[in-house]
Design a protein around this ligand. Sequence first.
Ligand SMILES: Cc1ncc(COP(=O)(O)O)c(C=O)c1O
Length: 303
Amino acid sequence: MCNAVEERGQLLDDTGPIAESEKRAARTFKADHLFFVTNGTSTSNKIVWNSLVGAGDIVVVDRNCHSSVLHAIILTGAVPIFLTPTRNLAGIIGPIPRSEFTPESIQAKIDANPFITDKTKKPRMLALTQSTYDGIIYNAEEITQTLDGHVDALHFDEAWLPHASFHELYSGMHAISDERARPRDTMIYATQSTHKLLAGLSQASQVLVREAENTALDQTIFNESFLMHTSTSPQYSIIASCDVSAADRVSSEPTDWWFDVWAPIRPRVRASLPARSGSSRPPRSGTASSRSMTASPCSTPSK
Ligand SMILES: Cc1ncc(COP(=O)(O)O)c(C=O)c1O
């Protein structure tokens, strides 16, 4: 099936079963909004960037980012300053030091950048690879707290981390969680390849959004960016696999087949993890939804 069929729902105008499925997935992944994407996280990244960043905006970017983020810089005409990861003697790329994430360090880079004339301009976005190909992940909670109000948006490229919110091992180490305080001003975006570590078909991806207390998702602009990067013939089987990926996680347990296969935890590590309450993670009631034309994270969206 190539073109949109009314009864199956439409990804582009966000109707029918697809809209329902995105709402369920938003609850499962604890996001305020969740959008299925059919051309991989390469496209999810560009959707997020084009919805937020304009020419001349300052962006703070992981120097070890995926090529799609570099393409997003080119597309938007943003002025990047880079967070520089460490390297070992063999040249293997390690983590970005914690000191790089402070507002003072970012300001020093802005001050030193000859392409930035207005040194008081707030960075529009900070983009971080949250898990690198080698498995380096950052304390997203700490980064969010440190930079809340100092950048307009945080973009965690979680292409390799769609499973993280379903296991205590990653507690605090993934972008979106409804168990942490909402940021006051800074919006959080996560882009995830459901085709990499969940049950998605190739190219299955999703964008997750957590709003700040004082900042809501601009639905109109986001929708336009989504349309800009999405085929008018999105593949239904990919969309269905996004639905399956989310549904599969609803009943996830730290001891379930998925984690036992992909991330087996040694008993000693398991013993050190905080105790879980309850046997599964039921969806947060009544707070998550997908796209909305209003500022409310609970209302029904359109695209
Ligand atoms: C960090 C990161 N971001 C984005 C992507 C692109 O993801 P996709 O293959 O779903 O387009 C990749 C692909 O490997 C990646 O490693």
